[in-house]
Design a protein around this ligand. Structure first.
Ligand SMILES: [Zn+2]
Length: 485
């Protein structure tokens, strides 16, 4: 994709890429290497639609136009000539360096200072920020200390294998997994949502969670084809990742795809992804509701908590990957959360103050990544409520709540994890082509209907990756000192 994307990219994008790299190289030169390793946590995330998000029903994508199946010509597949991109950037760097005055912005005033960012993202191969737990020996240790098991690890591998087997020939995925050549309809419960970019993002997230990219792991080729599909979308549509006409929830796809591009960039340091990833973040920032600070289905609409969660996670990942994120965007997003919270922030509603479990889980995880400390009373109240509800087989809720409980650790986590882990291991399909996937037993909410078996499998796999997908926020290898008073 390298040179191909650059040729297609508008001048501003090339210029922006240039400035980013210039800034990066300046930062590398100017700053002393940090004295101690303080990895930051990168966020991630996931799915599509959801339960108490009542509004979803009204706007379902029933009569969206069919997405054309043969679009292979539009997709810019990667080539190996990365050198050209790098060369361009290097040449121009000297000229422009002095004129650039952009600073790396911190994710929020409440999070750690940016001085340790270099240590967070400097290393290649899964060491980036809070994603450092995803590789090799570190992963194994975290599985043991966090409460994973040999069975849960085998389930993760089987889940990823099922996903890989349902890739389309052009590198994308389809929520209608039955369209993939190897499946040919052998797995039940395809999803209805048309946007292939959304399906592709959901397929790649569990691979990233396990440390698998186009440079690491057993599925390099498949991953490269998939991430190239998303990068080509962003590069050719001014940062928009979703497919036009792909469905009524383009910003969900944008958030999911944004997380994939930024995480992949952070983990591989592949420069070909810098421009598409930054363009995707720029699209997200421009799509924010200028009044309320949220995001919804379409750009500039008044926000909802579910969509806000995905955009914030993408911005956080991008920030950790050294991409530019405006502090104003983050401040406005915090205002949105303030506007939908109840009980001083222990609970969250959808578009108004409320306390649904799903929206509360999204809101609380956002707060954690925005810097709320572990001993924050509202956070503790909120977590205790989720712990009391327990895993409830709504994978969207379970996905968020599991991350929250994992970060908080302690007895609540042990109880939650035992139940969640065993339920997923037990419910994973073992039959025929469906082996390794999830669907039966997880029909709650709108997500399974629209995202189908791929959606359920993606979320379930990521839940079982919780031990290492993100390092714990409040202890051990993570940002502990800064978060403890
Ligand atoms: Zn199948």
């Amino acid at each position: 994709m390298g040179s191909g994307i650059l040729r297609q990219a508008p001048a501003w994008a090339v210029s922006m890429l240039l400035h980013i790299v210039v800034l990066l190289s300046m930062a590398l030169i100017v700053q002393e290497p940090p004295k101690e390793e303080k990895p930051r946590t990168i966020t991630s995330s996931a799915p599509e639609v959801q339960e108490e998000f009542e509004e979803f029903e009204e706007e379902l994508p029933e009569d969206q136009p069919e997405t054309p199946q043969d679009v292979s010509n539009e997709v810019v597949l990667p080539d190996a000539t990365v050198v050209e991109d790098v060369q361009v950037v290097t040449d121009a760097a000297d000229v422009d360096a002095a004129a650039v005055s952009v600073e790396f912005t911190d994710f929020s005033t409440e999070t750690a200072p940016s001085s340790d960012l270099l240590s967070a993202v400097g290393a290649v191969g899964g060491q980036a920020g809070g994603m450092g737990g995803r590789s090799g020996a570190q992963r194994q240790k975290l599985v043991q200390s966090g409460g994973g098991s040999a069975a849960s690890e085998a389930a993760v591998e089987a889940g990823i294998k099922w996903i890989v087997q349902h890739q389309m020939p052009d590198g994308s995925w389809n929520f209608d997994h039955a369209k993939s050549p190897s499946c040919n309809g052998n797995c039940s419960h395809p999803g209805k949502y048309k946007d292939r970019a959304g399906a592709t993002a959901m397929a790649l997230l569990p691979m990233l969670g396990r440390g698998y990219t186009h440079k690491e792991g057993p599925y390099k080729k498949q991953f490269e084809a998939g991430v190239s599909f998303l990068a080509a979308q962003a590069a050719s549509q001014n940062g928009a990742i979703f497919e036009k006409g792909g469905g009524s929830h383009p910003l969900y796809v944008q958030g999911l795809g944004g997380i994939v591009l930024t995480e992949t960039y952070a983990m591989t340091q592949d420069k070909r992804l810098a421009m598409p990833a930054q363009a995707a973040l720029n699209f997200i920032m421009a799509a924010q509701d200028p009044v309320g600070g949220g995001w919804r289905y379409q750009p500039k609409q008044p926000g909802d908590t579910s969509a806000v969660g995905w955009q914030l996670m993408a911005l956080k990942s991008g920030h950790m990957a050294f991409l530019q994120v405006s502090p104003l965007t983050i401040r406005k997003a915090v205002e949105f959360l303030n506007g939908v919270q109840q009980d001083d922030g222990a609970a969250y509603g959808y578009a108004d103050p409320g306390n649904g479990p799903g929206t509360s889980a999204v809101g609380l995880l956002c707060r954690m990544y925005l810097g709320w400390k572990k001993d924050n009373p509202a956070l503790q109240r909120g977590v205790a409520r989720l712990a009391k509800i327990g895993p409830n087989a709504d994978l969207y809720y379970d996905y968020y709540a599991t991350q929250i409980l994992h970060h908080m650790e302690g007895e609540q986590w042990v109880a939650w994890n035992t139940k969640m882990r065993d339920m997923l291991v037990k419910s994973q399909s073992k039959k025929g082509h469906e082996a390794g996937s999830w669907f039966e037993g997880f029909e709650r909410g709108h997500g399974p209907e629209y995202g189908g078996r791929l959606y359920c499998t993606s979320l379930a796999t990521m839940i079982l990756e919780v031990y290492y997908r993100h390092l714990p926020l409040y202890s051990g290898q993570s940002v502990d000192e800064e978060f403890k008073e």
